[in-house]
Design a protein around this ligand. Structure first.
Ligand SMILES: [Zn+2]
Length: 487
C-alpha cells in the first residue's frame, strides 16, 4: 500500500486578482505533489481561498456587492488559475466560507476555550488591514506597515476574545529545538526564535464585534462576535481533511503522514510556524510536519504595484508562452527560498535560450536523426522514476526535490541536456552515419536513453512537455515544435 503525503499552499486572500507570487507558490507545491505521486505516495494536495475579514468586507462594499457574491467571483478566478498553470486535476480546493470549514473553525474554538486558552478583554491596538494583523511600534516604519506603506494604520478599540499565545512560548521553543527541519530553510525561523526568547509572545485578539464587521464565522456562544480572519483561515488545513467529523481521513492524512507540508511566503512565519502551531497544541492536535518558506517576487528591483505598472499577470503570461513555459520559469529562474526579480524581458530571454534553443532544439535534433538511423523505437523507461536504475544526475534531481530545492533540480536537468548537445557536436552521428550506420545507431540509442531519463524526471515540472517528448520517443519521430522562438 502506498504511503500518504499531505501538502498545501497558503490560502490567498481574495481582495485582488491572482498575482505571480501566488502562482509561484502554487506551481512549487504542485511540483512536489507530482514528484511524490511519481515516487509512489498517495497525495492529498490542498489549496483554496481565504474569504473572511475586514479587507474583503470593505472591498465588496466598494464594489457595491454583497460579500458572498464578491468572494464567489474571486474563488472562480483562483480556480481558473489552477487550470492555467496545469495544477494536478485532483487538487482539493477549500473555501473558508464553506459550511464544513466554518463548523471546523468553531470546533477548534470550543476545544481551545475548554482548554482555558480563550478569554475576553477590552483593548486598543494598531492594526494594518492590508495584513489583517496587529502591528507593534517596532514593526512600523514612519507610522506605516512595512508591507503596506500606502495604507493608514487603524486603531481598533473594543472588547474581544483573546487567544493565550503567551502560554505556548516554552512548548513552541522546545518543539522547534526537537524538529530542526520544521521550517525550510531553517534560517527563516531564527528571527522568530530570538523574538520569542527575548520579548516573548503576546496573546492576540481572535474576534471582532459583529456590529462593526459582520463578515466572519460566528463565535460559539456569543452572538455579538465573529472570528478574527486568521483564527478561522488557519483551521482550513485540517477542515480540508474533513476534521472533526471524518476521523478516518484525519487519521490518514494528518496522523499517519506526521502532518502537513505547508508552502508559504516569508511574511507568514508568525502565522504558520507560531500562531497555527499553538492553536493545534491548544486543541490537543499534533503539529504540522514542515513549513517551506519562499521569498518574494519583485519586478525591476521594485515591489510590484499597479501604480508602477510592473505587475506580472500569470494569466497573460500563460496565454503568450504556454503553461509549461511559465512552470519552467518559476521553477528554474525564481529562487526557491530567496527573493527574486521577475521582468517580462528576462522571461522572454529565458524562454528563447532554455526552451526554444534548449530543450526544444535538442529534442528535435535527436528525434530527427533517430528517425533516420535508428531502426526500432527504444524501450521507454516508464517505471524509472525513483528506481535504483537512475543515473547519478537522475538521483541528484530527486535529492534536490527532497530538499525542496526546485531551482537546483531543474539546473541539473538543463546541464544534463547541454551535455547531450556536446555529445552530438563531438560525436557527429549524422557524419558517422555516412560511413558506419551501426556506429551511428549506437550513438543515437544512447542519446535517446539519456533523453528518456530526462523526460521521466521532467514530468513534475513540465507535465505536458514530458508527455509530448515521451510520445515522440516511443514513436521514434520528431515532435511538432515544442517551443517556437519568440521575436
Ligand atoms: Zn500590512
Amino acid at each position: 500500500m502506498s504511503k500518504p503525503f499531505y501538502i498545501t499552499t497558503t490560502l490567498p486572500y481574495v481582495n485582488a486578482a491572482p498575482h505571480i507570487g501566488f502562482a509561484f507558490e502554487l506551481v512549487s507545491a504542485d511540483i512536489i505533489a507530482r514528484h511524490k505521486r511519481l515516487a509512489g505516495y498517495e497525495v492529498f494536495f490542498n489549496t483554496g481561498t481565504d474569504e473572511h475579514g475586514v479587507k474583503v468586507f470593505r472591498k465588496a462594499k466598494e464594489e457595491g456587492k454583497d460579500p458572498q457574491t464578491y468572494v464567489d467571483e474571486y474563488a472562480k478566478k483562483y480556480r481558473a488559475l489552477l487550470s492555467a498553470l496545469g495544477i494536478s486535476p485532483s487538487v482539493h480546493f477549500i473555501r473558508t466560507t464553506d459550511a464544513a470549514h466554518k463548523k471546523a473553525a468553531q470546533e477548534l474554538w470550543k476545544r481551545s476555550f475548554n482548554a482555558g486558552d480563550i478569554y475576553k478583554k477590552k483593548y486598543r491596538i494598531k492594526y494594518c488591514v492590508g495584513c489583517e494583523l496587529e502591528k507593534t511600534e517596532s514593526e512600523l516604519e514612519n507610522g506605516h506597515c512595512q508591507v503596506h506603506p500606502h495604507l493608514d494604520i487603524e486603531i481598533i478599540e473594543e472588547e474581544n476574545y483573546f487567544f493565550r499565545l503567551s502560554a505556548y512560548q516554552e512548548r513552541l521553543l522546545a518543539f522547534y529545538e526537537e524538529h530542526n527541519d520544521f521550517v525550510v530553510p531553517p534560517f527563516r525561523l531564527n528571527e522568530m526564535r530570538s523574538l520569542i526568547r527575548g520579548k516573548g509572545l503576546e496573546d492576540f485578539s481572535i474576534s471582532r464585534l459583529k456590529a462593526k464587521m459582520p463578515w466572519g464565522v460566528p463565535v460559539p456562544g456569543d452572538s455579538e462576535q465573529v472570528f478574527y480572519v486568521w483564527f478561522d483561515a488557519l483551521v482550513s488545513y485540517i477542515s480540508a481533511l474533513g476534521w472533526p467529523d471524518d476521523e478516518a481521513s484525519f487519521r490518514k492524512w494528518w496522523i499517519e503522514t506526521g502532518g502537513v507540508v505547508q508552502f508559504a511566503g516569508k511574511d507568514q512565519i508568525r502565522q504558520q510556524a507560531v500562531m497555527w502551531q499553538a492553536m493545534l497544541m491548544s486543541a490537543s492536535l499534533p503539529p504540522s510536519k514542515q513549513i517551506v518558506i519562499h521569498g518574494f517576487i519583485q519586478s525591476g528591483g521594485e515591489k510590484m504595484s499597479k501604480s508602477l505598472g510592473n505587475v506580472i499577470d500569470p494569466f497573460a503570461l500563460v496565454k503568450e508562452y504556454g503553461t509549461d513555459a511559465v512552470r519552467f520559469y518559476l521553477a528554474r529562474h525564481v529562487a526557491s527560498f530567496e527573493d527574486s526579480d521577475f521582468t517580462l524581458e528576462k522571461f522572454k530571454e529565458a524562454y528563447n535560450a532554455d526552451l526554444a534553443n534548449g530543450i526544444g532544439n535538442l529534442v528535435a535534433r535527436i528525434l530527427q536523426m533517430s528517425n533516420q538511423y535508428v531502426s526500432n523505437p527504444i524501450k521507454f523507461p516508464d517505471t524509472f522514476y525513483n528506481s535504483d536504475n537512475l543515473s547519478g544526475e537522475g538521483k541528484a534531481v530527486l535529492t534536490h526535490l527532497h530538499k525542496f530545492e526546485l531551482n537546483n533540480a531543474v539546473f541539473v536537468l538543463w546541464n544534463w541536456m547541454q551535455h547531450l548537445d556536446i555529445l552530438i557536436q563531438d560525436g557527429k552521428p549524422f557524419e558517422v552515419a555516412k560511413t558506419n550506420k551501426i556506429a551511428a545507431e549506437k550513438q543515437l540509442i544512447y542519446l535517446l536513453q539519456q533523453l528518456a531519463e530526462i523526460t521521466v524526471l521532467l514530468e513534475p515540472f513540465m507535465p505536458e512537455t514530458s508527455r509530448r517528448i515521451k510520445t515522440a520517443i516511443k514513436a521514434n519521430k520528431k515532435p511538432e515544435n515544442l517551443f517556437p522562438r519568440k521575436e
